[in-house]
Design a protein around this ligand. Structure first.
Ligand code: G
Ligand code: G
Ligand code: NA
Ligand code: MN
Length: 256
């Protein structure tokens, strides 16, 4: 369709922009890093949400060059911030990987190249892989994730709770962090069943030695409850919406 043709040209026309959403440590709500989220600034249609064009990019294979651009952009940006803010050396950036990218033969060499060219240390890069992408090609996905781990970067399991991964599969995945999907956070403060569900995920994650990011935190009541349950990190509109790099930089400066 037209949109796919436009998408094909969007990279060379510089129409993508990286937005950044803060991730905070719940203990003291200090900034620990950002999730990088792509935006498409379409000349006629304005800003198009990735929810609209990522599926198209995946079907057409365009997700591979778009993903490469995102990885380059996010790593270079985080390296610039580390140089500009030497008192914040631990900040990390997370980049989303779709199933199509995970199984692409060039993924590992591309990531090594990006790290080398940007000068970013791998421990400051996190890759977000959805539960469904991790399960799509079971054993192969585990092998790829293990290879990624050998480059010393961190892996996060995204949208956790929305897929159907078994406990034994979860146990085998070489991930560092679980991101609890925001659908479970929405009523964590006012529905006992949702609180029990999140509590169980937290117990499970911690027994397996994984840390947890709670997505979609919008209310102080949700934050207080999650802190009480021992969740390490949170992300959501309570802290900030996804913002431009310039606005994200102000958030780093304001974080004391
Ligand atoms: O930013 P927003 O919350 O509108 O993102 C909507 C969806 O698009 C989310 O599921 C998010 O993970 C996905 N998404 C955003 N940026 C990227 C990206 O760079 N690569 C991939 N594969 N998915 C992305
Ligand atoms: O699938 P993924 O977890 O990557 O999705 C990220 C998406 O979630 C982005 O589109 C972002 O705008 C959205 N998002 C981030 N924080 C919140 C929040 O607190 N509430 C809601 N409703 N959406 C959020
Ligand atoms: Na994500
Ligand atoms: Mn997510």
């Amino acid at each position: 369709l037209d949109l796919e043709l436009d998408l094909r040209r969007a990279l060379e026309r510089n129409q993508f922009e990286a937005y950044y959403q803060p991730i905070v440590r719940l203990r003291d709500t200090r900034l620990v890093g950002f999730e990088a989220l792509v935006r498409w600034n379409h000349p006629d249609r304005g800003l198009i949400s990735p929810a609209e064009f990522i599926p198209l990019a995946e079907d057409s294979g365009l997700i591979v060059p778009i993903g490469r651009w995102m990885l380059d952009t996010a790593c270079a940006q985080m390296r610039r911030w580390q140089l500009a803010f030497p008192r914040r050396p631990a900040l990390t950036v997370s980049v989303n990987l779709s199933a199509r990218q995970l199984t692409h033969p060039d993924l590992l060499p591309e990531i090594r190249r990006t790290l080398r060219e940007s000068g970013l240390s791998p421990r400051h890069l996190k890759l977000e892989i959805t539960e469904s992408a991790a399960m799509e090609d079971g054993d192969r996905a585990i092998e790829l994730m293990a290879a990624l781990k050998r480059t010393r970067l961190k892996l996060m399991l995204d949208d956790f709770g929305t897929g159907y991964s078994s406990l034994s599969y979860l146990h085998r995945l070489p991930i560092d962090t679980l991101k609890v999907d925001r659908s479970f956070i929405r009523h964590v403060h006012d529905r006992a069943a949702d609180r029990s569900f999140v509590e169980t995920i937290l117990n499970l994650a911690h027994k397996l030695g994984r840390e947890v990011v709670c997505e979609g935190v919008e209310l102080p009541a949700q934050e207080a409850l999650l802190r009480g349950l021992g969740a390490e990190f949170a992300q959501g509109f309570l802290y900030s919406r996804p913002v431009t790099a310039a606005q994200a930089e102000m958030l780093i400066i304001d974080d004391r």
